[in-house]
Design a protein around this ligand. Structure first.
Ligand code: ATP
Ligand code: MG
Length: 316
């Protein structure tokens, strides 16, 4: 059976401080490992919404790798292209949250940073409906960028819709470097999911309106969805702009909001919904994502997301 959605990138586990304001430079309690990595959080949310989903990446042949693979299998994600490498350990992020919402990381990509061309199994692309790529993956290394470019070509040849979330990592690539590295993906994308800052940095535009105009001039059939944290998002298409208010929730753990949002938006679009309808469910997935501790814990099943949308309040 062909996949609805395929993604690629950094497989990780997260190990986090048990409470806020516990720094990483001194001994203290941790909780975890929790399965993580932006593309894998995305895949978990898409699968929980009922999409047939596949992911490409690598873990080590160790207990943390098992932790991630067990979760992917529990979610019914196609893991044929998730390699277990013998010479690398599974990627791990140690995370501390501060009271002001800031996050501190100690980070080792390990196997998570290793993407190779032989992972691009042709059968994953046969009949594929949507290929979703994140800028964080393109920023890891020249090798990862090269593999993602080949995957993009295979996805385009299969006729898949291309979706791109810039997920800029300034510590890995400057805006100027990212503009060059991301160009092929930005230009192929039918769906672009930036924050406002990412849109400005990647287009070099002075205002959101100018940035959106440039992207729509290049391809009028695309949707540009600018995410605005707790405020929700704004959907831009050739038909105009629509603000879609976010849901009022108590934020417990912000990790994964953008990834769950992306999955919500694409799942609905693939179900034939309009971009604005898709953005409503995406906002619900993003809001639910921040209400649970653990990167994938807030990614809810479709029935739960729909129940939440019926009873929750929006901010607008
Ligand atoms: P990430 O840090 O996960 O990459 P991001 O910066 O890419 O996130 P945001 O705009 O912060 O993206 O969040 C994505 C979406 O998640 C928002 O558009 C919104 O729908 C939802 N969201 C995020 N934070 C909150 C919040 N505190 N309350 C409600 N909804 C939220
Ligand atoms: Mg993001």
């Amino acid at each position: 059976m062909p996949l609805d959605i395929l993604t690629i990138g950094e497989a990780l586990v997260e190990v986090m401080r048990t409470d806020i304001d516990q720094p990483l430079h001194a001994p203290g309690p941790f909780t975890g490992p929790y399965p993580s990595g932006a593309p894998f959080i995305f895949a978990a949310q898409a699968a929980r919404l009922g999409m047939r989903c596949g992911a490409i990446g690598a873990v080590g042949a160790d207990a943390f790798g098992e932790c991630l693979l067990d979760q992917l299998q529990a979610d019914g994600i196609e893991t044929e292209a998730v390699r277990q490498l013998r010479d690398q350990t599974t990627g791990v992020a140690f995370v501390a949250y501060q009271a002001d919402g800031a996050r501190d990381y100690v980070f080792s990509l390990g196997a998570g940073g290793r993407l190779t061309l032989d992972m691009l199994l042709p059968e994953l692309f046969e009949g594929l409906r949507c290929f979703h790529v994140m800028g964080s993956t393109l920023s890891m290394s020249a090798e990862a960028l090269n593999v993602c470019r080949e995957a993009l070509r295979m996805a385009l040849a299969a006729g898949a819709l291309i979706s791109f979330d810039p997920n800029l990592r300034p510590e890995l690539l400057s805006a100027q470097e990212a503009r060059i590295a991301f160009a092929e993906f930005m230009s192929a994308a039918r769906v672009v999911l930036p924050t406002a800052a990412e849109l400005l940095q990647l287009t070099g535009a002075a205002t959101i309106a100018q940035g959106v105009d440039a992207l729509l001039a290049e391809n009028p059939d695309r949707s540009i969805v600018v995410t605005r944290g707790a405020e929700g998002c704004t959907v831009f298409t050739a038909n105009g702009a629509a603000s879609v208010p976010g849901y009022a929730v108590d934020e417990i753990d912000p990790t994964g909001a953008g990834d769950c949002f992306d999955a919500g938006f694409l799942s609905e679009l693939l179900e034939g919904k309009s971009p604005v309808e898709a953005a409503r469910l995406a906002n619900a997935c993003g809001a639910l994502a921040v209400t649970a501790k653990g990167p994938m814990a807030g990614a809810r099943a479709r029935a739960e997301v729909e129940r939440f949308m019926q009873r929750a309040r929006t901010r607008g």
